[in-house]
Design a protein around this ligand. Structure first.
Ligand code: AMP
Length: 116
């Protein structure tokens, strides 16, 4: 069994977070250390430690993460100017929390590809 992270506690509402969306498959909340005017994390409700652990059984949640990103980008008012979706994997990818998450980042020109 993979070890739970703080994100599981946020999903279960056991610790405070600025949750902006939740349904049966995913939860979205504002990043505690925003790197842009809009910085939201979208996570599956089930614990998947890294992208390397994803299976076909997770496809519904992963698809939902993208449709929720689109919806939240529109709500944040950043859809037309544009934004970036980022998923980091393991140490070289800069992953810090081992519960997969998609960063929705926008609200300013983001420059070159990498999130510094
Ligand atoms: P990553 O480097 O892709 O694993 O990103 C992890 C992200 O989680 C970072 O941007 C952190 O700022 C964010 N983070 C860590 N703890 C919390 C928390 N309790 N609430 C919201 N965001 C968090």
């Amino acid at each position: 069994m993979a070890e739970e992270t703080i994100f599981s506690k946020i999903i279960r509402k056991e610790i405070p977070a600025d949750v902006v969306y939740q349904d049966d498959l995913v939860t979205a909340f504002r990043d505690i250390n925003p790197r842009a005017p809009s910085h939201i994390l979208i996570v599956p409700n089930v614990l998947i430690p890294t992208i390397n652990d994803v299976t076909e059984a997770d496809e519904a949640a992963l698809g939902r993460m993208v449709t929720v990103a689109k919806k939240l980008a529109a709500e944040e008012g950043i859809a037309d100017d544009g934004y970036r979706l980022i998923m980091n994997c393991n140490t070289h990818g800069g992953q810090e929390v081992y519960h997969i998450h998609m960063h929705l980042v926008g609200g300013k020109p983001l420059g070159p590809m990498l999130l510094g």
